[in-house]
Design a binder for this molecule. Structure first.
Ligand code: FA5
Length: 338
């Protein structure tokens, strides 16, 4: 009988066109009744001198054959996949990524602000959105007939409560329950009975800040606000404080940031700062001694500063938006830009 060689088998494997034909070859040679299996079984009948060599030869064929069979199967499978894919779809096309969305730009800005103040050791505190007049006005030195109430058009609920017009109410709530040293920020929603326009909306977000300790001065306020501004808009951004009036701070200031959009050359046409070089951020000042007394803190011993700014206005500056109302319209096409 002709001796089996790997060369004979290799050719047959290469010619197999289906996985079934490959499997048939495996059975023909390596199956229980396959020719190589049989020859291996018969080795014991050979003369002793030939057994080792023949055994090694057959085992080598067996190993090579197993490898060749599995290679051929891999080849046939990838051929099949290629044929199928060229018929049905383009394997090189990018996949369809799921729409996972992102944070609202105002929310993102709030988180950036919170992060910066946490770096300075501030604690984040909260207060109710529906307030009493005491927390929203009176404890802040804004009496019932005080003209300052006109500064913040107030919604009144039937029970006399007010949706807070500013986050300054949280100053009072926090000082009532905590002794100095105090170092807190309070982000949150506020409500005003506004005729809406491009720069005024009826519900918006503010961030309040309050520090009360020994020897706190206006320069502490300035340094803190500068830290925030540079963190948000870059090291070149400058802070400007202008004199202003709030019943709960003395002295009171308006805080402006140098325009982060234009430079001297492009200033004249800048939509963000309207050619002034400065954009308004919010109000601030040294906590009024009467406010400290209202919450049982001795103004002879302690002093403090407070500030409050609107997040939508800063978001608008950051992205050069012309109308604040766009921010809270449920139009996903607008929000996708950020
Ligand atoms: C206040 O609300 C003071 N409570 C800020 C303050 C806190 C002063 C602590 C002193 C100490 P004002 O009414 O200016 O101040 O509002 C602050 C900021 O809120 C404004 O600078 C602006 O950024 C934003 N803001 C005010 N009204 C609106 C509005 N209708 N729509 C959008 N943002 C507004």
């Amino acid at each position: 009988m002709k001796e089996i060689t790997f060369n004979d088998i290799e050719g047959k494997i290469a010619e197999a066109e289906t996985e079934g034909q490959v499997e048939a070859l495996r059975i023909e040679y390596l199956g229980r009744k396959g020719s190589i299996t049989k020859e291996l079984r018969n080795i014991s009948e050979l003369p002793k001198s030939k057994r080792a060599r023949e055994g090694a030869r057959l085992n080598e064929i067996k190993n090579k054959m197993e490898e060749a069979l599995s290679d051929r199967i891999d080849q046939l499978r990838s051929q099949k996949l290629q044929e199928e894919s060229s018929q049905h779809y383009d394997m090189t096309m990018p996949g369809i990524s799921p729409g996972i969305g992102h944070l609202h730009p105002v929310e993102q800005l709030e988180r950036d602000v919170v992060e910066l103040f946490m770096q300075l050791g501030f604690e984040v505190v909260d207060g109710p959105e529906i307030e009493t007049e005491w927390y929203c006005f009176e404890a802040l030195n804004i009496g019932p007939d005080h003209p300052a109430r006109d500064m913040q058009d107030t919604f009144y609920l039937e029970n006399g409560a007010v949706p807070r017009t500013h986050t300054s109410s949280v100053q009072i709530r926090h000082m009532e329950n905590n002794n100095p040293p105090i170092r807190v920020i309070a982000p949150g929603k506020v409500y005003r009975n506004e005729d809406e326009d491009a720069t005024h909306i009826w519900s918006f977000r503010q961030v309040e800040g309050l520090v009360v300790d020994y020897d706190i001065s206006l320069s502490d306020l300035k340094g803190t606000l500068e830290y925030m501004l540079k963190g948000l808009f870059g090291e070149d951004t400058e802070l400007r404080l202008r004199s202003n009036y709030f019943p709960y701070t003395e002295p009171s200031v308006e805080m402006d940031a140098s325009c982060m959009v234009c430079n001297e050359a492009s200033r004249r046409h800048c939509r963000v700062c309207k050619g002034t070089g400065w954009v308004e951020l919010g109000g601030a000042g040294m906590v009024h001694p009467q406010v400290l007394r209202n919450v049982g803190v001795d103004p002879e011993e302690y002093s403090g500063f407070a500030f409050g700014f609107g997040l939508e206005r800063i978001t608008a500056v950051k992205y050069q938006l012309t109308d604040l109302r766009d921010l809270w319209r449920p139009d996903i096409r607008f929000l996708r830009q950020f």
